[in-house]
Write a protein that binds this ligand. Structure first.
Ligand code: SF4
Length: 422
């Protein structure tokens, strides 16, 4: 349950994709190819869509880029936003190219008459605009007024642009106020959200390469989404933009803002009890399941002693023990397979689970699998249990010494009873 319900914004349409209102939060990314390279750009747009992007932005920085857009837009599987910085002619050319939205940077396209000219044209053609304020390219006058790219400065920049649009009766707008520091970005969006009901495009600009860039982007974007702020998001990562789209999609699925369409792989961190190389098996499972778009939460657990219990909320999982893999569905062991077939068995069961459903797959469980797993679990406890359960044994000893009795409960960690290693 969200502590803050999603703030209701007015809805705009970016091509066929609704943004704002009660529309799902969308994922955006930006191509890194030259827009004039039509085939290369389209290939990247298709890759971005496959990775989770709903809307893609391409730069329109020169005549050849505008011409490229005219050829890209009709063949694109997602709406295209043209990124405009300094040149009003490029904005007008992108409109002619048929793009579904413009992104204008108020810090770069500054002349009020030019801004109003573009807004008028967009109004006539029914093309929305993103007012894309960016801390790094903030109008110098605002920078000087506030002594830096503060949240207040970013918000005022957006308001000035909105006022120019209002002069020509144009309001088909979404807004971003990006900064490269998480606290500034979060505060800017909070302030803006109080002042306008336009859809907000969230992003931390110049976040840098993963993993730190992804972490910083997540810190800002997730914070705001959980406060009910934000209608569309973009990670700005210094890497293949496919990673941006993947990160965006993964975040929205993790926050329950989009339906699950791909695997959510969870795995134990591994420890001295692990019977397999958890990192390798988890990686192999991730790749195999991702390529099949399996919309399940799947667990890879290093040992059958604690794995099925600790991951009982997962739809499907596998835990290792005594050179075998123990497949479980929502904590119930359904099959035991040789260790070298673990990933293949996991993938096969995942596909069946998606096709046949939980009831059918639980009904098809191998009889005796649960007993086999229990036997392996007990054997592992006998062989390796002393160290991992030492704390419980010591507690028992203390209880005996203190005379409060120790009934032995807890001396063995069973499924569902965490070993404490995590
Ligand atoms: S005890 Fe937990 S962390 Fe250690 S291998 Fe087993 S499932 Fe993984």
């Amino acid at each position: 349950m969200d502590r803050f319900p999603r703030k209701k914004t007015r809805q705009i349409m970016v091509g066929t994709v609704p943004v704002g209102g009660d529309a799902p939060v969308t994922v955006q990314s930006m191509t890194t190819t030259k827009t004039a390279d039509v085939e290369g750009t389209l290939a990247q747009i298709y890759a971005l869509k496959a990775a989770g992007a709903d809307i893609v932005r391409c730069t329109c920085n020169e005549r050849e880029a505008a011409e490229g857009l005219a050829r890209i837009v009709p063949r694109s599987p997602v709406p295209i936003v043209a990124d405009i910085h300094f040149h009003v002619e490029m904005a007008l050319a992108a409109i002619e190219a048929g793009v579904h939205c413009l992104r204008l940077n108020p810090g770069n396209l500054r002349k009020p008459e030019e801004v109003k000219l573009v807004a008028r044209e967009c109004k006539d053609r029914g093309i929305p605009v993103r007012i894309g304020v960016n801390g790094g390219s903030l109008d110098k006058r605002l920078y000087d007024k506030y002594g830096g790219a503060t949240p207040e400065a970013l918000v005022e920049s957006a308001q000035i642009e909105l006022a120019l649009f209002a002069e020509v009766g144009f309001d088909d707008v979404k807004i971003s106020v990006k900064a490269s520091r998480v606290p500034v970005m979060v505060e800017a969006y909070r302030q803006l959200s109080e002042l306008v009901d336009h859809p907000l495009h969230l992003g931390l600009t110049e976040a840098g390469p993963p993993p730190s860039g992804t972490i910083k982007g997540t810190a800002g974007i997730a914070t705001l989404l959980l406060e009910g702020i934000g209608d569309t998001i973009r990670y700005s990562l210094t890497t293949d933009p496919v990673e941006e789209a993947k990160a965006g999609r993964t975040l929205l699925e993790a926050l329950g803002r989009r339906e699950r369409r791909n695997v959510d792989l969870i795995a134990c961190p591994s420890c001295g009890r692990a019977e397999i190389d958890v990192y390798r098996v988890a990686q192999e499972a991730q790749v195999a399941l991702e390529s099949r778009s399996i919309p399940l939460q799947v667990a890879v657990m290093g040992c059958v002693v604690n794995g099925p219990g600790e991951a009982r909320s997962a739809d499907l999982g596998i835990a290792a023990g005594k050179h075998r893999g123990h497949l479980f569905i929502r904590g119930e062991i359904v099959r035991v397979v040789p260790e070298d077939e673990m990933v293949a068995a996991l993938v096969e069961e995942a596909e069946k689970l998606v096709k046949e459903g939980f009831e059918a797959r639980l009904a098809a469980a191998d009889k005796g699998a649960a007993q086999e797993a229990e036997a392996d679990r007990l054997a592992l406890l006998d062989a390796r249990g002393a160290d991992a359960n030492r704390s419980e044994a010591l507690v028992e000893l203390i209880n005996r010494r203190l005379g409060s009795g120790g009934d032995g409960e807890g001396s063995r960690a069973g499924p569902g009873r965490a070993s404490g290693v995590e």
